[in-house]
Design a binder for this molecule. Sequence first.
Ligand SMILES: CC(C)(COP(=O)(O)OP(=O)(O)OC[C@H]1O[C@@H](n2cnc3c(N)ncnc32)[C@H](O)[C@@H]1OP(=O)(O)O)[C@@H](O)C(=O)NCCC(=O)NCCS
Length: 241
Amino acid sequence: MFPDITCDDIFRLETAHLWLRWLRATDAPALGALAGLAQVAEMTATLPHPYPPGEAERFILRSRAETAAGDSLILAVAAKTKSQPLVGVVSAVAGERHEVEIGYMIAPAVAGRGFASEAAAALVDAVFNLTEARVVIANSRIVNPASRRVLEKCGFSSRGRRRTRCRRAAAICHAISSNSTAIAGPGADAPAGSRRWRSNALPPYRREWASTRNRRRVARPTACSPARGRAADARPRRSSR
Ligand SMILES: CC(C)(COP(=O)(O)OP(=O)(O)OC[C@H]1O[C@@H](n2cnc3c(N)ncnc32)[C@H](O)[C@@H]1OP(=O)(O)O)[C@@H](O)C(=O)NCCC(=O)NCCS
């Protein structure tokens, strides 16, 4: 589902205040501290509570394997400060019928600064721009108005209450289609409702993505220089006469 560009651990998305990048082994302590919080675990479908020792390391390994395989896009959310601390995690997982399900968690210490909305909007934008997905869905617990507000700000609408992977309580499914108008797009400067997800605008993170692609394009011939040399040798030479 996800293209080669996301399957490489140099892939990252940039938003106004955040980097969304692959999880690393060094994220384990911060991830364990975040995922271990009861108030975070009880709002998610899959986090065990109490969070077992070593689970953060296992989660990082699984996430990297799934993202490398192109089945998912699971990224650390890091603040754009000097030390770039991990403040959350976002995920996009391929489902059935061109649907992708997203999830997110943000550290309570930085809640209310718009980080979840910014990260979720960038992730949705990446899904619609980089994959064939037509619809992105997200499930939030009925008792989680902050998460519903995040989805509302990103332009999602409610599909109503439904049975979900959430084993703890009933959840509301929200969805957004690739034709929807983005309310809070990743370009924080974009006026509300001014753009569609499939637009020609180049949000900030895509500049990084584009420059990454250019770097790789430049890097390849150097890596293959022997073959390149042979190809050059095989080329017909102009006669000196
Ligand atoms: C829910 C969560 C992702 C929100 O992260 P965040 O960075 O604080 O989100 P944002 O700042 O982008 O937006 C939160 C919005 O919810 C609003 N909000 C917060 N608490 C609220 C409440 N009790 N009732 C109504 N709205 C609330 C905020 O005012 C804000 O809206 P605004 O920008 O219009 O003022 C974060 O608290 C979290 O990770 N919780 C635990 C895990 C979780 O719930 N994950 C989602 C699973 S679906």
